[in-house]
Design a protein around this ligand. Sequence first.
Ligand code: N2P
Length: 373
Amino acid sequence: MKRKTFWLLTALALLALLLTACAPAAAPTEEQAAPEEQAAPAGLEPAKEIVFYNWSEYIDPEIYTLFEDETGIKVVEDNFSSNEEMLAKLQGGATGYAVIVPSDYTVSIMIEEGMLAELDQANIPNLANLSEQFKNTYYDPGNKYCVPYQWGTTGIGYIDGEVDEPTSWAVLFNPDPNHPAYGRTTMLDDAREAFAAALVYLGYDINTTDEAQLQEAKDVLIQAKAGLAGYDSDTYEDLLASGENLMAHGWNGDFLVAQEENENIAYTIPEEGGVIWVDNMCIPASATPEEKLAAEMFIDFILRPDIGAMLSDYNYYASPNAAAEANFDAEFLEDPTVYPPAEVLDKLQFIHPVGEAESLYQRLWDEVKSAAP
Ligand code: N2P
């Protein structure tokens, strides 16, 4: 079976599974919610403080307090805005990070480069709470290195009532000076995401390594610049909520969070399709044994059903944690922005590592960024 077809089927199976979770489910059992005994190597004490290197606004800070109350381990957060930024930082020799959150394709790259520590699953008994689909991902079968954190999609957020629903990526790539969002639109500051949008608009594989297709994608990305206020992966949803911008290329949950502030924010995946992704908690190979143990305890804590529910309650992304989903309300589980219906899932693709072509994407992206609008 082709990898793409396999993933599609996996995604569809996933949806079916998530929808069945709509039925009222039993409360988490005592056993699932109870703090675990950690099977630590004799004599090894977990680090007293760890650094969690994560995307911005992706975790309820209250979770750190609960974890510290229970384990005495303090979690300090540092943020990155793209997989490539995080990867470059670690490749550059940065240490001190105990848990990082790469997306699917970046996990593949990091495993291949020997940048991740193998998990000691004995320290993560709550792994059992994961949905089956997330126990055997293409990029990390058997959760040898990572544990899925949250998953979502990439599409377009907009202010309903001020702009029409963008049904095609053309609204970005063929910008119309008379469109109300002209000059009040942002795109993700993210090479692979930006190219994926351009490639899907052109009808090409989002993981193409064909240089002519990539050049064409670069040209439409440059063409889009006339209508853009800028590239932004961290505050784009706030700029919609405040009314400064009217449209943004971005991640589904971020728009839902911003909806709390501005109920006119809507999200759509254009007809040509979009990206589906899974973010993961992993431990860099550079972590000390003490940091690694504390990191595993933290990952296990996130996998608790009540903490998994707190996470989605805060960031509005779908959870890979089946036990946590039992705590979700039906409204969330039925929200098509969070759990795309089959006909939308059908049009979503995962970003894959492109090997040698990675540097070509990066070079073309640099050209896009530095081109005059
Ligand atoms: C949360 C960012 C979502 C991560 N602000 C996209 N992979």
